[in-house]
Write a protein that binds this ligand. Sequence first.
Ligand code: IPE
Ligand code: IPE
Ligand code: MG
Length: 232
Amino acid sequence: MQKLLSNLPLHIGIIMDGNGRWATRRGLPRNLGHKEGMRAVERTIDALIKFGIKVVTFFAFSTENWKRSKEEIEGIFALVRDYLNTNSNYFSEKGVKVRSMGDLDKFPKDLTSALENAKEETKHNDKLVLNLALNYGGRDDITYSVNKLIKSGKKAITEKDILDNLYSEGLPEPDLIIRTSGEQRISNFMIYQAAYSEYYFTKTYWPDFDEKCLKKALIAFQKRERRYGGIK
Ligand code: IPE
Ligand code: IPE
Ligand code: MG
């Protein structure tokens, strides 16, 4: 498939939703939905590279997702850990740089070390930044940034100071945020950075998301007129 050359988003945020419903509909346990969801992540990364996207943030686990059962939470963590541990060759072949966003303190050691290894191994790659939002919440992000600024001794804080000290420090703001599964809400995802993001909602459950779905979202994005409060 040819590249969609012009007017592409630099940074895409993806709220991967619908894994549980995808599984429940098939009479399967929720964790099988997450497993299929991980396949969709792999497919989507291939497609993002193909289309030349530079930065992607996947919302993998929110600060609110701790409300779920221990079994489900542990299942999600194991999937992320295994994904990171088995894709080291892929990351180097494709030039994927792994980073993360969120408070990692509460995670099991096997997951944090898989993440630290992947970050270290891929730190010089420059084709696609793969940013994983883990134990991430937009409100927590803002609080974290402000606390960092207070600790640095700042007396007056600007909008830019807050932006520059978020977990996403150094990344561009997301141009496009895709949410699957038909829900039309932000669920605490990058609320500060998304002030002028374009949203794209699809009814597709995340495990069914593929290159075709991504292409549709990109074409929709290309038709948007971004005005940032001005006049065109
Ligand atoms: C999204 O799918 C994945 C995570 C939140 C980790 P869900 O698990 O929220 O799926 P639904 O919304 O229950 O269908
Ligand atoms: C958002 O999905 C979080 C992730 C995709 C990780 P949720 O399923 O947790 O969001 P709500 O509860 O429907 O708002
Ligand atoms: Mg959900």
